[in-house]
Design a protein around this ligand. Structure first.
Ligand SMILES: COc1ccc(CNS(=O)(=O)c2ccc(S(N)(=O)=O)s2)cc1
Ligand SMILES: [Zn+2]
Length: 260
């Protein structure tokens, strides 16, 4: 068993025992209620310019499926929105449920989506990722909700095709020539608030940019994601599902919307 996870003995309710930040005042995810959101007309649009050549590998770390990018220079960056300066894309990963009616971390007006994709970026003014983790403006995560429908998202195919190579914990495969901006929905509308990593050590260094429009995936695509295992090869199969943290207390934080 790892130090933290999503099981009854090492799950979100017990993370604070080893990771005290988990009980902080600016934790993520949160439930977003439209009635409490404030439209901020001064919020700029956000932009990305990603180099497909920056994609490096895809791996199963036993907790999620993660694609890692070269972030050794301003090669794939996120700008604008609530951010100042360019933030470097470091990795993307997902959180999902054991069935289509739950799996996302953020909950929108009571709606839980089947999955939530996170694109993690960090602010190079803080030198490196470890330094950025210690700053309130250190990290920016773009969150995209996945909704199950009839039409498969062809752009998700690329990630899901690699799943067969990384079935078990510790498996890694080359993942190149991939521009993750193809995963974005049509609308750029977003909510933004200040929060934390949704996994230990739960540092409160994240500017969240959550896209209002979900992308649609097919039931087969969700089943593919759920076919990942959290156990290493040659150990009893434990499905990698329900790797989401439940909503945390908002504690008076303001959630702003870029849209009316
Ligand atoms: C101290 O060393 C550290 C500290 C922290 C990390 C986590 N960093 S990370 O990018 O892997 C993320 C974990 C969870 C993410 S979420 N669901 O909020 O987007 S992003 C790595 C090394
Ligand atoms: Zn995440």
């Amino acid at each position: 068993q790892s130090l933290w996870g999503y099981d009854s003995d090492n799950g979100p309710a017990r993370w604070h025992e080893n990771y005290p930040l988990a009980k902080g005042d600016k934790q993520s995810p949160i439930e977003i209620n439209s009635k409490d959101v404030r439209h901020d007309s001064s919020l700029a649009p956000w932009h990305t310019s990603y180099d497909p050549g920056a994609a490096k590998t895809i791996l199963n770390n036993g907790r999620t499926c993660r694609v890692v990018f070269d972030d050794s220079f301003d090669r794939s960056v996120l700008r604008g929105g609530p951010l100042s300066g360019a933030y470097r894309l470091r990795q993307l990963h997902l959180h999902w449920g054991s069935s289509d009616d739950h799996g996302s971390e953020h909950v929108i007006d009571g709606v839980k989506y089947a999955a939530e994709l996170h694109m993690v970026h960090w602010n190079p003014k803080h030198g490196n990722f470890a330094g950025a983790l210690k700053q309130p403006d250190g990290v920016a995560v773009v969150g995209i909700f996945l909704k199950v429908g009839t039409t498969p998202k062809p752009e998700m195919k690329r990630i899901l095709e690699e799943i067969d190579k990384i079935k078990t914990k510790g498996k890694e495969a080359p993942f190149q020539h991939f521009d993750p901006s193809i995963l974005f929905p049509k609308s750029r509308d977003y909510w933004t608030y200040h929060g934390s990593f949704t996994t230990p050590p739960c540092e409160e260094c994240i500017t969240w940019i959550l896209l209002r429009e979900p992308i649609e995936v097919s039931p087969d695509q969700m089943a593919k994601l759920r076919s990942l295992s959290k156990n290493p090869e040659n150990e009893p199969v434990m499905p990698l599902v329900d790797n989401w943290r439940p909503p945390q207390p908002v504690k008076g934080r303001m959630v702003r919307a870029s849209f009316k």
